[in-house]
Write a protein of this length. Structure first.
Length: 256
């Protein structure tokens, strides 16, 4: 499999593994060198792709440099996870062409995507269209909740989450990301993950606040096809090893 040329990376990976792990690196949180080292370690543990992005990224050069260093250190796909068009780097393989579905701001629903489209085309980065759904799980709002001007989805608002996910599928998006926000107090509730995964046929990615291997396992058992870790990728090597190991094990077990 030549990783930089797949038109539908997530689906191709899911043909090989029943569940995936993505390691998220925020260019604002460390030097490019350090980012490369983290990515390398995560690759050794068995993560399937490196995501690069964060809600406070504001300089393209920083993203370019970070992706460049990561690409020197890993052979797995590097996927941009941009907060705006500024976070698109020519050095990446893929970009989550994402729409924050439950935002009331045009900027996050289409404006930034419009700004980024020509760059993505020009630089030959492969887009992966994604419906991004932010769930409010914590008592203290995450950075993303503060910035996104959200049509709030709380843990109990299962039908609302399902509605947004079905909308994403109907719009032809290739995956849905249920996001609790970086370092959220709690991850997206397992019954919500289950309801959304059951309602749609496209893969569900879950991230934000996944702090133990058991939590990751719970979301996979509920139907998530990919787990994202950011904070642990950058700050807790022991934990990331455990989580990736667990997903690696689950991905080789027979499908439930
Ligand atoms: C944030 O879902 C990601 O966009 C990762 O969250 O930092 O809590 O792992 P964590």
């Amino acid at each position: 499999m030549h990783i930089a040329t797949l038109m539908d990376l997530i689906h191709e990976l899911l043909k090989e593994f029943s569940c995936l792990h993505f390691s998220l690196i925020d260019p604002e949180n460390q030097t490019s060198q350090k980012a490369g080292e983290h990515a390398h370690v995560c690759q050794q543990y068995g993560t399937h792709a490196i995501m690069v992005g964060g809600s406070t990224v504001s300089k393209r050069q920083k993203v370019h440099d970070t992706v460049k260093e990561i690409k020197k250190k890993v052979h797995i796909p590097v996927i941009l996870f941009p907060n705006s068009a500024v976070a698109i780097s020519r050095n990446a393989d893929y970009v989550f062409f994402m729409e924050l579905l439950n935002s009331l701001e045009y900027k996050y629903r289409g404006g930034e995507q419009l700004e980024g489209a020509l760059l993505i085309k020009k630089w030959g980065i492969i887009p992966i269209s994604m419906g991004y759904i932010v769930v409010s799980t914590s008592t203290k709002p995450t950075t993303l909740e503060k910035r996104g001007r959200l049509d709030a989805i709380h843990q109990k608002d299962i039908e609302k989450a399902v509605k947004y996910a079905v909308y994403a599928e109907m719009r032809g998006m290739s995956c849905v990301y249920l996001e609790a926000g970086s370092n959220a107090e709690y991850p997206v509730a397992t019954n919500m993950v289950h309801a959304v995964s059951t309602a749609i046929d496209i893969p569900v990615i879950v991230g934000g606040g996944i702090k133990t291997a058991d939590m990751a396992q719970e979301k996979i058992d509920a139907g998530a096809r990919a787990i994202v870790n950011g904070t642990a990728t950058e700050k807790n090597m022991k934990l990331i090893k455990e989580i990736i190991g667990r997903i690696g094990h689950a991905s080789h077990s027979p499908q439930k």
